[in-house]
Write a protein that binds this ligand. Structure first.
Ligand code: THU
Length: 130
């Protein structure tokens, strides 16, 4: 199954009673395994989690370490870009040249890199004083 097909499949499991907006994410780790996530909302709205966060958590929980490629899909007219927090989360585990494919259910797709999504990324190196 392609990464995009996996993202579309997991999107169906999204728990979205509040927004009704289902998002699916699939990523491939540099170790070669695939992980999926969907958004999981909560009655306490800020406690909801994005699909990207779920996929990243699954990768880390399984013991893989870095992201090689990402696919995001949602039912929108234009490809939905990851929110600001998810851009930061992706940048923690992906090099700047990693491709993120943003797709719609209608077949539109936009390929963008992690560096393009989050220019001027704050990273661990900013905390090194040397
Ligand atoms: N959402 C994601 O899962 N990923 C994104 O990158 C954008 C937004 C979810 C969060 C919320 O459940 C719904 O979409 C509407 O914001």
């Amino acid at each position: 199954m392609s990464l995009l097909a996996a993202a579309a499949a997991v999107r169906l499991n999204a728990y979205v009673p509040y927004s009704g907006f289902r998002v699916g994410v699939a990523l491939r780790s540099v170790e070669g395994r695939e992980f999926c996530g969907c958004n999981v909302e909560n009655a306490a709205y800020p406690e909801g989690t994005c699909a990207e966060a779920g996929a990243i958590a699954a990768m880390i929980a399984a013991g893989d370490t870095r992201i090689a490629e990402v696919a995001v899909i949602a039912d929108s007219l234009r490809p939905v870009p990851p929110c600001g927090g998810c851009r930061q989360k992706l940048a923690e585990f992906a090099d700047g040249d990693v491709i993120v494919t943003l797709a719609t259910m209608g077949g539109a797709a936009l390929c963008i890199t992690v560096a393009e999504l989050l220019p001027g990324t704050f990273g661990a190196d900013h905390m090194n004083q040397a």
